[in-house]
Design a binder for this molecule. Structure first.
Ligand code: AVI
Length: 328
């Protein structure tokens, strides 16, 4: 087992506060429609709660995507070919990553994630499952170009971005991310990316507001994280979780709605909210075949193949970073 210790790339102040987290929270709470980027859900507790979500009966995306990886592994491997360095954007899932790695015989595995402890734990578990596969975890914000370990510089790359995490970004940010991935991986790289599909509104709403209340806990944990890490005194119990379908943008939105008028401070700054006002905490865009492929093209990736599960709930796309062709 080769297991390199992660490189620390997150920017913190002397007290250990993640500066980007603080900047996003303070700006987001000062906006007219309060909003905090969804990527801040994933401290260790949030990452664990998300793992719990993936096992909920209502949350179909993980099962559907896993079924695609299992059922279509031969076709996928045939297009990817052995020997690539797999660069996963986010800590590997305990099920999907091993499925991919077993199918394609890679030469190295490089998980990139901002949640360092979770990254190191999942990388160690993965390295134990694949003796002989070099694993190089990198603690980084992959929204920007990431410097990959020198050990994989000369290897052909496969980016892996499962779970429809791309759907958690508005189109402009998603395009920027796809372009950054292209810069990180280089021309000629492949990208295997999951995209959740537009479907019946009731199915979508149930997936984001489960009966057991795990998604509510996941959403509310963001406030607990702010209180712990940014010296906040937000009354967490004074908020409730809400999932909404936004038909204009084809997305599920998650909000934290104030149950009453309230006031609180974060990093010594004061904020107030009225009853019914919300903090918008997540967008989860849903795609059609065309909208998914258009998004990839806008990010500099040429679609090469596309698979769906039997119920056509979820899609997995393979794309290639090709040199831009001149119009038309
Ligand atoms: C990580 N991401 C793709 C999940 C999603 O479905 O948008 C996050 C999530 N939020 C609520 N449930 C799951």
């Amino acid at each position: 087992m080769t297991f390199a210790k992660g490189l620390k790339l997150v920017n913190r102040d002397a007290g250990g506060v993640d500066l980007a987290f603080r900047a996003d929270v303070l700006a987001g709470l000062a906006a007219e429609q309060k909003a905090i980027p969804a990527r801040w859900f994933y401290d260790d507790t949030g990452s664990q709660l998300f793992e719990d979500i993936t096992r909920l009966p209502e949350y179909y995306p993980t099962r559907a995507e896993t079924a695609i990886l299992r059922g279509r592994s031969e076709e996928i491997a045939e297009l990817i070919r052995p020997g690539r360095a797999v660069v996963e954007f986010g800590s590997g899932s305990s099920v999907k990553t091993p499925l991919l790695l077993s199918a394609i015989a890679p030469s190295a595995y490089v998980p990139l994630d901002i949640a360092g402890d979770f990254l190191r734990a999942s990388s160690a578990a993965l390295a134990a499952k694949f003796p002989g596969l070099p694993v190089y975890p990198v603690e980084a914000d992959f929204m920007r170009r990431v410097e990959l370990p020198a050990e994989v510089a000369s290897l052909p790359k496969l980016g892996f971005f499962p779970g429809s995490t791309i759907g958690n970004m508005i189109a402009r940010t998603a395009t920027d991310l796809l372009r950054s991935m292209r810069e990180t991986l280089g021309e000629g790289a492949l990208l295997l990316i999951g995209m959740d599909l537009v479907k019946d509104e009731d199915v979508l709403l149930a997936a984001y507001d489960d009966a057991a209340g795990v998604t509510a806990q996941f959403n509310l944990n963001l406030l607990t994280r702010i209180n712990h890490e940014l010296g906040g005194d937000i009354p967490v119990d004074a908020f409730r979780h809400e999932a909404r379908w936004n038909d204009t943008f084809a997305r599920i939105e998650m909000h934290l709605v104030a149950r009453q008028d309230l006031a609180f401070t974060v990093s010594e700054q004061s904020f107030s909210m009225q009853e019914g006002e919300s903090i918008h905490t997540e967008n989860s865009h849903k795609f059609t075949k065309r909208s998914g492929q258009m998004l990839l093209a806008a990010g500099g990736w040429e679609p090469r193949a596309r698979w769906t599960d039997e119920a056509k709930q979820f899609s997995l796309l393979l794309a290639e970073a090709r040199a831009p062709r001149s119009a038309p």
